[in-house]
Design a protein around this ligand. Structure first.
Ligand SMILES: [Zn+2]
Length: 106
């Protein structure tokens, strides 16, 4: 099953980590990148973990924080595995609204 960290990305304009709801596309922002990591050309290599050194460890720490932070706003559907925001999730059934709607049509 897909993990939330695979969905956490960096907004280049805002230099912030974010994740998007798989259904609504709603973007939830988390922490900003550390100042030393706000270098556009390094964003992809840092995300791949290939920069090394001080910058890489700063980036990794901040990303780990951001994932923990974002995990509070997302729920994983036990049926399809999508990560969705609270509005797109039924906590009683532990399924996303799309799966709930599909089950009702059956
Ligand atoms: Zn689902």
């Amino acid at each position: 099953m897909r993990q939330l960290y695979e969905q956490v990305q960096v907004d280049e304009g805002r230099m912030r980590f974010y994740a998007e709801c798989d259904i609504s596309g709603k973007r939830i922002y988390s922490k900003k990148l550390p100042v030393v990591c706000r270098i556009k050309d390094l964003l992809v290599p840092m995300d791949e973990g290939s920069v090394g050194g001080f910058k890489q460890s700063m980036y990794n720490h901040r990303k780990a924080d951001a994932i923990q932070d974002l995990a509070r706003f997302f729920n994983q559907c036990r049926k399809c595995g999508k990560w969705v925001c609270d509005e797109m999730y039924d906590p009683q059934l532990m399924e996303c609204t799309r799966c709930v709607a599909a089950a009702e049509q059956e």
